[in-house]
Design a protein around this ligand. Structure first.
Ligand code: SAM
Length: 277
């Protein structure tokens, strides 16, 4: 089977948006337009959730009206955060149709109009060159084998003077990770490379490194907490909705992979320079 098809199947979740809203209503949570924080921490599918999104956003420069691309936008949590907090127009691109649908539904339920979700591969973005002021990505590239195409497309979509912000999982020094993990049941759809390799690809694409932070240790503390959350807690039940019955094993492997340094977490900002006069 084609690699992208396998990734799509891994994340496929028919009616996920409807099920999330239904589960919230049943638990007595009313999601009202204008309340970004009305959703429990379900729509940020990356290490440390909203905390990491706020941290990554704080590494960038913002002003109202910026055009932002969220590559691998998932349920759209980061897209909505940037749209509301920084008054940007955000286009989320994601391979998985169910997640694009769910992301649109959640934005509509919260009354957020400045996000749009498009089904496409981030390795072949359906956008013109130099379209975006900010290109943002969290935890999508570990499912993408063709790193040259992925980072090449992000650099192409960025306008000169724009910023690339990423928060991602990379290969650590201690060998292959234990599976299953949240992004893959086995190594067939996991494509980890070292942070150095990515830094080299970005440099070749003409981007300049401005910030680079290793977040492995703080992610390990977080993983310790969530890997022991029982399935009936808020954190555990929402995780099961997204990750299925193997949620706890996946979270335990995540903790072990971080502890053994089989994976590392990096947040970084790169700038695309303006042409020299
Ligand atoms: C772990 S989720 C992260 C979602 C979101 N960035 C977040 O942090 O909440 C990974 C997402 O990457 C998407 N993805 C994987 N390969 C992709 C590709 N080639 N192009 C676009 N999206 C992709 C998946 O469909 C999934 O929604």
């Amino acid at each position: 089977m084609h690699a992208q098809r396998r990734v799509e199947q891994h994340y496929a979740a028919p009616d996920l948006g409807e099920r999330i809203l239904g589960a919230l209503a049943e638990a007595g949570h009313t999601v009202r337009p204008g309340e970004l924080d009305a959703l429990p921490p379900i729509d940020e599918m990356h290490h440390r959730g909203r905390e990491a999104t706020e941290e990554l956003a704080a590494m960038g420069h913002w002003r109202p009206g910026l055009q932002v691309l969220d590559a691998g936008s998932g349920l759209g949590g980061s897209s909505r955060y940037l749209a509301v907090q920084h008054q940007c127009q955000v286009v989320g691109v994601d391979l998985t149709p169910d997640l694009c649908h769910a992301a649109s539904l959640l934005s509509a339920a919260l009354g957020i109009e400045r996000t749009r979700f498009v089904r496409a591969s981030a390795t072949r973005l359906p956008v013109a060159d130099a379209t975006f002021d900010v290109v943002w990505t969290q935890h999508a590239q570990m499912n993408i084998p063709d790193k040259e195409a992925f980072y090449g497309e992000l650099a192409r979509a960025l306008r000169p003077g724009g910023q690339l912000l990423f928060h991602d999982v990379f290969a650590g020094p201690a060998g292959a990770p234990h599976f299953p993990v949240p992004w893959a049941d086995s190594e067939t759809i996991s494509s980890l490379v070292t942070p150095d390799r990515v830094a080299e690809i970005l440099r070749r694409n003409g981007l300049l490194q401005r910030q680079w932070h290793d977040r492995t240790e703080v992610s390990l503390q977080w993983a310790r907490k969530v890997s022991t959350a029982p399935p009936d807690t808020d954190m555990g039940s929402v995780g099961s909705l997204l990750m299925g019955p193997t949620r706890q094993t996946k979270m335990q492997n995540l903790e072990r992979n971080l502890r053994e340094r089989r994976i590392v977490l990096i947040q970084a900002r790169y700038d695309k320079p303006l042409p020299q006069p």
